[in-house]
Design a protein. Structure first.
Lengths: 289, 515
């Protein structure tokens, strides 16, 4: 019995190690000299230890802090508003006594198959809604995602209608029913969709690229991707044509890893908190009682 | 607790409602004032006599990729620039640097959506000029140049204009730069000195063979030749003059014929030489699968490496690329082609509300060396210091070790108006200018092949080309003739002939249009 346990533990520990190793490799590569990477390849223990990659990326710490703030703000606001909208739409779609239920369902579904395309969306956001270079452009376009709505609808459908009816008999209004009865039950679903949304907002750089020209509104991912691409450019022939970079060793490979560390770090800590809901959320379809 | 959470939801909901509401009203304004003023102001400006001091203050925006980053001193430089711009043409200038990966996409979307911007960086390799012209994103510049751009007309030789002319109209300003690119073998200095190799007279793969042989014998840890796909050095020679139409079709200036990579006698000969080298062990066994030649070169494990991007007589380019002392020897000199003249230029957007003022700004850059160099080098004392000839219109300067501001001169004006500096010495600038003047100009200058009609065939043939070049240009094919023939048969099936026919057809049509 005891022995069995040890074997299982060893297997699981080995598996955990396999999951962990790539990240360790990323961290150690980010601390390597660019030249050593070229000479000896990626390795777990840096031959010579350097923080140059981080120095290059963090050259402007104010900008990084600022971008962190923007990303956190966008993620929080976007997720909160997005969850509310998603939950409300999904909820009315599950209410059998709602007249336009099918029409709304179709409308949501339709946008999954067909969308306006890049240019019309751009015109809508930047000109009609006038959101260019405002923080709204960073979260409004992602507020309602048809796929998340359908996911949420799937969860909410498992709540029996009689619950709504009994609340009504007790004198609760529609709004109260939704907020006090439906939402607490749907917590796992909200956590699941919420996590998706958090990830979506956290990892997004596309919206910043399209709509933001001002540096103080850059999101973290866009800032990092920008640093990366500019470093890559400085390592190309075009750059050399213009500038003699003899003395500078530009860390492209190690910087890439350093950036992953900076960008992925916070998410690594957020994920475990959501995880317990995440598992529950996936199994919520099975009705209890 | 419950109370607060529900009130937060309500608050959020109202905000969302309010947002969509106010957005709409703003949208109405934006839409109405975006369309008409462009035309009306254009009309007003046109009716004014040329060269008169413009009256209204306007704001100009200029989009380009970031030349270097971060641009630490941007605020100071731009405020200095704007003082000048305000005084000279009563305008302000905002430069927007869009990072390399996003630049093309962003400009495409902005042009398609009609977002107003004035000046834009356009080339044949990013934010492509021919595509933009085809889409009608840029305004023709002829009238503007005549009225507001006398200095530009003066500084750009008339022989180069055809490269940016489409259907008889000029659509970009081809900023003078080095038009004829050069390629060179890069030699590791240490080894050349050790084996006493006469690198100065080695201009072909055959010429460097004795050196490769000596290195192979005497240096067990060193691979003699760094060969890698398109980077392999020596894949052209000084006698060959070609103009590339696509990645696999070239126009031969001597014979006046279009050649494909599959039946190019010069290329075939070189591939055979490489194959010979490979068999003799001069090329790494896994050369065909390597991807990053700079990285490989930097490792210092090679004796002869790819061209550092351009030839420098003292080997400084190669030294800077590879990070250890190098020699260079020239092996190819390209001709001035449509692609090379288009390699860096400025266009005025169709959505610009003030194309006249934008042209005035460009003319200011071409006429005023001090302003031009301010825009490119930054501010004296902050970004660079004057080394000699202080106070003249051509001082020699030196930029800070850490670049705090830079816009590469050819991106905005003429490279030859650059003040000599640690970037380019006066000798180097004069040499580049001489090289331009002495270079052969392609008879196809101004011919832009439109791949659209044979897009499918091109991508299929390109896939075959992408597959064979890493093998051919590293000499790793067992039998070069057979391998090439096999690829040719497959390319024929993929529609190579159709592509060649289309190139010829467009070329003939272009020739007739030229008269």
């Amino acid at each position: 019995m005891k022995r069995n346990n040890i074997v299982i533990h060893l297997i699981l520990a080995g598996f955990a190690l396999i999951c962990l190793l790539p990240f360790v490799l990323i961290v150690s590569t980010s601390l390597m000299h660019e030249k050593d990477i070229a000479l000896f390849g990626y390795s777990f223990i840096p031959k010579r230890f350097t923080l140059m990659a981080y120095e290059v990326i963090l050259k402007n710490p104010q900008q990084l802090i600022n971008s962190y703030a923007v990303t956190i703000a966008v993620t929080l606001i976007g997720t909160a508003v997005g969850l509310w909208l998603t939950a409300t739409i999904a909820y009315v779609m599950t209410r059998k006594d709602y007249k336009y239920r099918n029409k709304i369902s179709f409308y949501v579904f339709f946008t999954m198959l067909f969308n306006g395309g890049l240019v019309p969306s751009y015109i809508l956001i930047s000109r009609w809604l006038g959101m260019k270079n405002t923080i709204f452009a960073l979260f409004v376009p992602y507020l309602v995602n048809a796929w998340f709505v359908l996911l949420m609808k799937g969860f909410l459908q498992s709540i029996p209608h009689s619950l709504v009816e009994s609340a009504k008999i007790d004198g609760a209004g529609e709004f109260k029913i939704f907020v006090k009865i439906i939402l607490p039950i749907a917590k796992p679903a909200i956590a699941t969709v919420g996590l998706f949304m958090v990830l979506q907002y956290w990892n997004d750089w596309w919206l910043s690229m399209l709509f933001i020209d001002k540096e103080n509104l850059y999101t973290l991912q866009y800032l990092l991707i920008r640093v990366m691409r500019n470093l890559e450019f400085l390592n190309t022939e075009f750059a050399r044509k213009y500038l003699n970079l003899a003395q500078v060793e530009i860390p492209t490979l190690s910087a890439r890893m350093a950036m992953s560390v900076l960008a992925a770090g916070p998410m690594l800590f957020v994920f475990p908190f959501f995880q317990k809901y995440f598992v529950k959320g996936l199994t919520v379809g099975s009705v209890k009682g | 607790m419950r109370k607060t959470s529900s009130s937060i939801f309500v608050a959020v909901f109202t905000i969302a409602m309010a947002l969509s509401g106010c957005g709409k009203s703003e949208g109405g304004n934006a839409a109405s004032d975006s369309a008409s003023p462009a035309q009306s102001s254009a009309a007003a400006e046109a009716s004014q006599a040329p060269n008169k001091q413009p009256i209204d203050f306007v704001e100009l925006t200029w989009y380009m990729p970031p030349p270097t980053s971060p641009e630490k001193n941007m605020d100071n430089v731009m405020s200095e620039v704007n003082k000048y711009v305000k005084e000279k043409i009563n305008a302000s200038l905002t430069i927007k640097f869009i990072d390399w990966g996003s630049y093309e996409e962003k400009m495409k979307v902005m042009s398609a959506a009609g977002d107003p911007y004035d000046l834009v960086f356009t080339t044949n390799w990013i934010n492509k000029l021919p595509l933009n012209v085809a889409k009608g994103a840029f305004v023709p510049l002829d009238d503007l140049l005549r009225q507001y751009g006398p200095h530009i007309m003066e500084k750009i030789e008339s022989k180069y204009w055809p490269a940016v002319t489409f259907q008889g109209k000029r659509f970009a300003i081809p900023n003078p730069t080095t038009y004829a690119s050069t390629s060179s073998f890069s030699f590791k200095k240490e080894l050349v000195d050790k084996y006493n190799f006469d690198y100065k007279n080695a201009h072909t793969l055959k010429d460097i063979e004795p050196f490769l042989e000596a290195v192979k014998k005497g240096e067990p840890g060193i691979t003699p030749l760094l060969a890698m796909n398109l980077a392999t050095p020596g894949m052209s020679d000084l006698n060959t003059q070609r103009d590339s139409i696509t990645n696999f079709i070239q126009y031969d200036l001597k014979t006046g014929e279009f050649l494909t990579i599959f039946d190019d006698p010069v290329g075939k000969e070189l591939a055979k030489t490489l194959s010979d080298f490979y068999k003799k062990g001069y090329i790494a066994k896994d050369a065909a699968t390597k991807k990053d030649w700079t990285l490989e070169g930097k490792s210092g494990k090679y004796a002869v490496m790819p061209s550092p991007g351009a030839y420098s007589e003292d080997g400084s380019k190669a030294t800077s690329v590879y990070g250890f002392p190098c020699y260079e020897s020239l092996y190819a000199k390209n001709i001035v082609s449509t692609a090379s003249v288009q390699s860096v230029g400025t266009a005025i957007s169709k959505s610009s509300k003030n194309p006249e003022r934008a042209m005035m700004l460009l003319d200011l850059i071409y006429s005023d060396k001090k302003f031009f160099n301010l825009l490119a080098y930054g501010i004296e004392g902050q970004d660079y210091k004057v080394v000699s000839e202080q106070g003249t219109d051509n001082p020699t300067v030196e930029t800070n070790a850490e670049v705090t501001w830079a816009v590469w001169h050819p991106w905005i004006g003429s490279l030859f108006d650059q003040w000599p500096s640690n970037w380019n010495s006066q000798t180097a600038l004069d040499k580049m200018r001489r090289d331009n003047d002495e270079s052969t100009i392609s008879p196809l200058l101004g011919f832009n092949f439109d791949p659209e009609p044979v897009k499918r065939e091109i991508s299929q043939v390109q896939a075959i080309v992408d597959e064979i070049t890493p093998v051919l240009w590293t000499g790793t094919a067992a039998d070069t003739d057979k391998y090439l023939q096999g690829a040719k048969d497959r390319a024929a099936k993929a529609g190579l002939d159709k592509v060649v026919a289309e190139v010829k057809k467009q070329y003939e049509a272009w020739k007739i249009a030229q008269g």
